[in-house]
Design a binder for this molecule. Sequence first.
Ligand code: FE2
Length: 295
Amino acid sequence: METVPVGPGFAAELRGVTLADVANDDAAYASVRAAFEEHSVLVFRGQEVTDDLQLAFSKRFGPPEVTKVGSLGTGSHFVILSTIGPDGKVVPPDHRYALRNKANQLWHTDSSFKRTPALTSVLSARIIPARGGETEYVSTRLAFERLDPALRQKLENSFAWHDYNHSRSQIAPGLATPEERAALPPVCWRMVWKNPVNGRGALYLASHAYAIEGMEPAAGKALIDELTAAATVPQASYVHVWQSGDVLMWDNRATMHRGRPWPAHEARLMVRTTVSATAADGFESMRPPTQQAAE
Ligand SMILES: [Fe+2]
């Protein structure tokens, strides 16, 4: 396996290894897992992806999420990100599918709003537009390390509230349905996720984050916005231009990402699998102390 760095201090393309190798071979998994811990975003090119293979690969890293209510693929292990309607045609720009893509264009971390957040997301390109539709990443580990030590220390002991409805309401009122809102009440996580393998902390932020525990609401939101702006300065990002056969995986504990727009009349179909974080991934220390004591 060859590791080729592709981004500013994070993100690497892995050559000489396939999804099937990782699914079937312990040594291949161990190498890719080590690269994942270090580089946060991994790019695999020229893969022959099927749903079954993507799931077998993903399961190596931990328990796969079951897709939530209100998403295409609900109840399965797959999230279908599509702009193709049931009639086989690309949906109009005001369609729910298109608005969901717009919500994906806010900087976020997958599943921070769930009771169990995600370790990693695996995304495969099935149909890609001729231009646009890139995925852009930043390292919230490097962003954390750029902050001054006093602020780092404060954030390590701060907790933020995350709510799916908050991010969706920025795009269109009512985009999160009553069913989704009932299934996904706000959750509270430590603002720094420490990687148990290398000990490095990363800001845990997302478009879903809206308040900081113990801070006045406006001041908390202002700090979240300030940290997001500092993490997402353009020179700090890796923009992935999708090619057919590409599969990406990223560490939701140490990155944020956003989708980039593409011409509305062009089809795009991506399939995501998402793996839940476990105690071995440092999840337990993310809970507020009151919850740690209660469970
Ligand atoms: Fe995402």
